[in-house]
Write a protein that binds this ligand. Sequence first.
Ligand SMILES: [Fe+2]
Ligand SMILES: [Fe+2]
Length: 137
Amino acid sequence: MVDLASSFLLECESLDLEHQHLADIVNQVVKVIDDGEAEKCADLVSEFVKSAKEHFANEEALLVKVGYPHAKNHQDHHKSLNAKMDHLIEFAKMAGVNHIARDSLRKELVFFLMDDVITTDMDFKSFIEEKAKTDNA
Ligand SMILES: [Fe+2]
Ligand SMILES: [Fe+2]
């Protein structure tokens, strides 16, 4: 069960809600696997990838808007995840009939969310916080 600790919150409501939505889908994937309904993974993971791509685009636009100096690096990081997302989709398609694909999917999806999506965003967390403070001052 993925539960986003408050230390992972960006204090930016729209991005935090999108992260939570992604975590919710990951939890659903873990649940259908546990419940022996892994054939449902394909639809869930394609929803996850679609939501992740939309989230990346929203986040990139926000970073440019607030003038984050490393916005391009973060955009490149998101782009570098395309191949991983393709793998997740392939694992999910096979998850109903193949236990290795099922185990890989569960492990890779949780890592993807926590390491590649959420943790890398901590790079701009303090920038956004400072920006919010000065804007509200
Ligand atoms: Fe993000
Ligand atoms: Fe990001």
